[in-house]
Write a protein of this length. Sequence first.
Length: 129
Amino acid sequence: MAVSPATIAVALGVAAPESGSITEQQWDMWITDAENQIAWRMEDLGVAGPLDAAKLDYVVREAVKAHAKHPDDATQVAVAIDDGNVSRTYRSSAGLVEITDKWWKLLGLIPATGRAYEMDTMPNPTVLR
């Protein structure tokens, strides 16, 4: 099962966008963005072969759903009590489709990390004196 705008609509609990609508086109673009990010990561890591389809669909669906909920990188909240007003701005998104480290791990696409340093405390017996 591939991710589609209809799948995103179900995940969000909203009606599917009309065929050809801006919302459908936008969600299609975001699905492609998420799939491209995964393909590029696979290329960078030298991973060949297909990924688990269920995991791939899950990650794409959740990344696009999260972006659809918070497409902008800022949210402003205003609170008014009697004559006082308070306004705060929060960063709620990166402003783009983002795949979290948890999802990269689920896909098995976490880059190998080296150690900060390694020290051998034993003498090397092959060194000539």
